[in-house]
Design a protein around this ligand. Sequence first.
Ligand code: NAP
Length: 290
Amino acid sequence: MTARLIDGKALAQQVRARIAEDVARLRAEHGVQPGLVAVIVGEDPASKVYVGMKHRASEAAGLHSRQVVLPEATSQEDLEDVVRALNDDEAIDGILVQLPLPDHLDARRVQELIAPAKDVDALNPYTAGRLAIGDPTFLSCTPYGVLELLEHAGVEVAGSEVVIVGRSNLVGRPLSVMLTLKGRDATVTLAHSRTRDLAEVCRRADVLVAAVGVRRLVTADMVKPGATVIDVGTNRDDDGSLVGDVDFDAVAEVAGAITPVPGGVGPMTVTMLLQNTLEAARSRRGLPRR
Ligand code: NAP
């Protein structure tokens, strides 16, 4: 392997340690313990794992962490009542509703209900709109983690060609907006399943981000020598192991720097949720966010 490894696990540990210090200081100086609540509906095993991870990470950082577990058959009305009550709960600074919700529930309507001041998952259309006009409140956690990884790795995005493959509201689209904000100043191409000649588009990238959900979609011939490659994908291989969207072994011989899966973007996603909760707790009390 010739590429430099961008170690998301190590960076996540560093950032979480700094968040824990900030939380301790907030408690000591202002008597405030930031509170995060995860709402989970039904029995989806992956959702339970994710919520468990977020819970443990929150507690380790000194946050007040709560889980609201609702039965699969919960009605839209009851779920909305739960979110309204959490909006009014003074002990709670951040609300996340774990996706996917059971099919009979309208996730978009639930996300719209989350108070913008507590929207630490950044999926409320208000939050997305604030980002789109260049005045963000919260940054959604996975793209926020990608920004931190790039900064930590010393990758200069200003003036660079960034290609993002995948245009979801969760990852690709908000990341494209974040990178084109004044101050970050990247030139971004947002590619998707209808992009003509994806390989040729990807080869233009100084920074290539894959957020697709197709294992090993990005092959070595799609990467410009020396480019930075960020792999957001989390897919199961035939043997059950976790693999990304990038053909890691081959691409690592061409790229200048690369994130692994696991141990790249994933740990940073949870970390930025903690960061957003800390920022929410501070800004709700009129304190500077960072
Ligand atoms: P998504 O909502 O399914 O979006 C996938 C995107 O990829 C869509 O824009 C789709 O294009 C595009 N796409 C699909 N096949 C393609 C192809 N062959 N060529 C080019 N583009 C293609 O997925 P997501 O929620 O953004 O997640 C993407 C991946 O990231 C998944 O593996 C997910 O598990 C992972 N993820 C990881 C984290 C983390 O913390 N590590 C967090 C979130 C997501 P169209 O729009 O044209 O359909």
